[in-house]
Design a protein around this ligand. Structure first.
Ligand SMILES: [Zn+2]
Length: 394
């Protein structure tokens, strides 16, 4: 048996090596090679080659395909000094059939000595790495996506049936700032579905009760409370600066107002509504897909509007729809997947069926057919028969 030093020497002899100077030229010339850092997580976090992918040597066999799916493409591995990357290059060639693998001579140490730049990524704390470990394992999220979630600001309109599950799951997911708009207090009749609240918080403002529930799940979340009702006088100020809005409002006048304000500010809205056993969901991303008014140019007749009084709803239904909203919000934040833009998802709980309808932008839409700065304060939230609307519903 050769000694460890002898083994490494033998392997380094049969593996192709490439000088940092050449790697630097390759890196500056775009997609000529995949550069892979095979060091441990903490080493990578202290600084790595710009654009390098990270596949720790301990996960080489299971994760290299994610970084370099094409076995004939040029792959350059590096570590701290060139030993571990040589061993890893040997593994890729001998065991995994990679045809064009090189190890960078002298590792990142020589790279730095040559004066080449190093990217120092933002890192998670040890506690955050544990807390979000199941996100970090998903390639679509990973460290980059988790940092986006931590930087994100999401506004929940309503801390009721829909807002409760959204608040809990977005808090758990690590969304850094959650704003909550709700002027109501917790009532016993809410507890059949509004899972952010509890028996001992009956009579407590919902924004305060939701904050307690959020902090219990994830103390890192910044909660911004607005114990008020959205209206034309405060909406622009409240919603400005948020990245995504979760619409759980239960009345049409506010929905139109919200639509017009979010089109002006170009903030995407994840909208859901529920009644009985039926739920609806869509994402209104201004100028990317239709807005709420493109779908509903006028509200339904007041007597059919479910919004003006108390209505029955299956307790689990807002949970289902709220979690779909939370999922869409995460997708928008991390920029992955196909958000429900231009699509209306209908869920019918009794039949256990989902239906999807395509919805298009209305070229004559009174709001989103125009530039955002052409929309005036006076027209926001206005629709035909606005005043009479809820009065008629009694
Ligand atoms: Zn529109």
């Amino acid at each position: 048996m050769p000694s460890a030093a002898e083994l490494i020497r033998q392997i380094r002899e049969r593996v192709s090596e490439v000088d940092p100077r050449e790697v630097h030229e390759i890196a500056n010339n775009g997609n000529q090679a995949v550069i892979v850092d095979v060091r441990e997580q903490h080493e990578y976090e202290e600084g790595h080659l710009p654009g390098a992918k990270h596949v720790p040597r301990g996960h080489l066999e299971s994760r290299i395909e994610g970084a370099a799916p094409d076995r004939s493409q040029r792959v350059i591995l590096y570590c701290a000094s060139g030993n571990r990357s040589a061993l890893a290059a040997d593994t890729l060639e001998q065991l995994l059939g990679y045809e064009n693998v090189e190890s960078m001579t002298g590792g990142i140490t020589l790279w730095k000595d040559r004066g080449f730049e190093v990217d120092v990524p933002r890192a998670l704390t040890a506690e955050q790495r544990t807390r979000y470990s199941r996100h970090l394992l998903i390639p679509e999220i990973g460290l980059e996506g988790q940092l986006k979630l931590l930087d994100a600001k999401v506004l929940l309109l309503g801390a009721g049936g829909l807002g409760s599950p959204v608040a809990l799951y977005l808090a758990a997911a690590g969304v850094g700032t959650l704003g909550i708009v709700d002027d109501d207090v917790v009532d016993l009749s809410n507890l059949q579905r509004q899972v952010a609240h509890s028996n001992d918080r009956i009579g407590v403002p919902k924004v305060d009760s939701a904050e307690i529930a959020i902090k219990e799940i994830n103390p890192d979340v910044d909660v911004v409370k607005y114990q008020t009702r959205l209206d034309a006088s405060n909406i622009m100020e409240i919603i400005g600066g948020y990245d995504v809005i979760i619409d759980g409002v239960d009345n049409f006048p506010t929905r139109y107002l919200l639509n017009d304000a979010t089109v002006r500010l170009q903030i995407p809205v994840v909208s859901a509504s529920i009644l009985g056993f039926d739920g609806q969901l869509s994402v209104f991303k201004p100028y990317d897909g239709p807005c709420y008014r493109c779908l509903y140019p006028t509200p339904p007749p007041a007597e059919l509007a479910p919004s003006c009084g108390a209505n029955g709803v299956l307790g689990a239904l807002p949970g289902t729809m709220g979690l779909l909203q939370a999922t869409e919000a995460v997708k928008l934040i991390i920029g992955q997947g196909e958000p429900l833009v231009g699509r209306l998802l209908l869920y019918e709980a009794l039949g256990a069926s989902f239906t999807e309808l395509k919805v298009r932008r209305d070229p004559d839409c009174p709001i989103c057919s125009r530039d955002p700065d052409e929309i005036s304060d006076e027209e926001m939230g206005v629709f035909p028969d606005y005043e009479a609307f809820c009065a008629a519903a009694g």
